[in-house]
Write a protein of this length. Structure first.
Length: 418
């Protein structure tokens, strides 16, 4: 953790449903001398982790998927004692947080354009209208529209929900039969994700060849700052499960400049005017092409990788940007290593596993910073079709990009589930 400034509190920041990387916003707020107020459903798949509660000064429990109730609760909190800022703790709540911030006169994304950072079809239209390359795409809302969409996009193509996360129901289709089967799985899935079900709306887009990256940065005082570019490693298609990341990516200087310039233009096109961004793209034919942009911290521990490899504390900068704090007051440190990576484990099938081999050898390696298995033996293991099929991870650092790739391969081959 970044060296802190903890002491007397000088303001209050409200965070809506701190999940995934959004959980780090609370400790960052304390480091910046702010009290924390959390709005959360705090039950089922929105239950707050026990270890997070120490960083919550005030907890307001309500259904955060009821935006009218969320806004009313935030206004009441601010009436009792003014707030310095409002942040989404997970990407589903980016639009609601922007509307709350506007209602309270606090820094936030423009309410008239914030939908474009959640609705992937609208995102494509905005970025395309700015003259930037995007994949060929078509939006749809029913199986009857699939063939028409495919006539626009062509095969192979990628189907994804318009408004979801975690690679859920993102899949490649090479034929009409595969496409219809993929949409059937999407439309018939009744599982909840933070209390939300898929609504059948989907985006069909051109399949892009080429390596995949994410770009982490932030906007403050009208300036776009790119902090890091991360190389992403995906599981076998037709799915696009993220199985690993390495920060920084090994890009030639000209490629890095092209990526940074493209991302800055995407940020401007989507009117991301304050706070962090996480932009995913592929280099297709050597040219950056948008996959999506989130106006929030990246998931999968990417902010931790960024801080290890650059010393830049993205969660602190996010809080500072959304509260009008001078960025010079944000504590930062020196990089702990030149490169940082994470690798995610998957188990071979739905059946529970009984034993995992190879973890002790990993823990003994000096490059390895953290080893965790989240899915306990005997519990069902979902197929590796989205983030729910990942059962654990290893966090590590190295002195070279080549070493990061080799260690990731060693981890992958050296850990087995039986």
């Amino acid at each position: 953790m970044t060296a802190g400034l903890r002491g007397a509190r000088t303001g209050r920041v409200l965070v809506v449903e701190p999940m995934s990387s959004g959980a780090a916003l609370l400790a960052a707020a304390h480091d910046l001398g702010l009290e924390t107020v959390v709005l959360s459903h705090d039950r089922d798949d929105r239950r707050l982790p026990d270890e997070l509660r120490k960083d919550i000064d005030t907890l307001v429990v309500l259904d955060t998927n009821d935006e009218a109730a969320l806004v009313e609760a935030a206004v009441e909190v601010a009436r009792e004692q003014p707030l310095s800022g409002v942040l989404p703790g997970f990407e589903f709540y980016v639009p609601a947080a922007a509307r709350v911030a506007a209602r309270l006169g606090l820094p936030g994304l423009p309410v008239e354009s914030v939908a474009a950072v959640r609705d992937k079809a609208l995102m494509r239209r905005r970025v395309e209208a700015a003259g930037l390359r995007v994949p060929r795409y078509a939006s749809l809302g029913s199986a009857a529209e699939l063939d028409g969409a495919a006539a626009v996009v062509g095969y192979p193509c990628v189907l994804k929900p318009t408004d979801s996360a975690g690679s859920i129901h993102v899949s490649r289709a090479d034929t009409p039969t595969e496409l219809h089967a993929a949409y059937r799985r999407l439309s018939e899935d009744r599982r909840l994700d933070l209390g939300r079900r898929l609504d059948g709306r989907a985006l069909l887009e051109e399949y892009l060849d080429g390596p995949e990256f994410s770009v982490e940065g932030y906007v403050a005082a009208g300036r776009v700052t790119v902090v890091a570019v991360t190389r992403k490693f995906l599981g076998p298609e037709p799915y696009f499960v993220e199985l690993g990341h390495v920060t920084q990516a090994d890009l030639a200087p000209a490629e890095r400049r092209a990526v940074e310039e493209y991302v800055a233009a995407v940020v401007a096109a989507l009117q991301v005017t304050v706070g962090p961004f996480h932009c995913e793209l592929r280099l297709s034919g050597g040219e950056p092409v948008l996959i999506e942009l989130g106006a929030r911290l990246g998931g999968d521990r990417i902010p931790d990788l960024v801080e290890i490899a650059t010393g830049v504390p993205l969660a602190h900068l996010a809080v500072a940007a959304h509260t009008g704090t001078d960025l010079r007051d944000v504590p930062s440190g020196a990089p702990r290593a030149k490169y940082a990576g994470i690798h995610f484990f998957t188990a071979p099938s739905r059946t529970p596993y009984g034993t995992v081999h190879g973890l002790d050898r990993l823990r003994a390696r000096p490059e390895v910073l953290e080893v965790e298995v989240e899915t306990a033996p005997g519990r069902p293991v979902p197929p590796a079709q989205d983030f729910r099929g990942r059962v654990g991870h290893v966090l590590y650092s190295t002195d070279s990009y080549a070493e990061a790739l080799e260690l990731r391969r060693t981890i992958d081959l050296g850990v087995t589930f039986e």
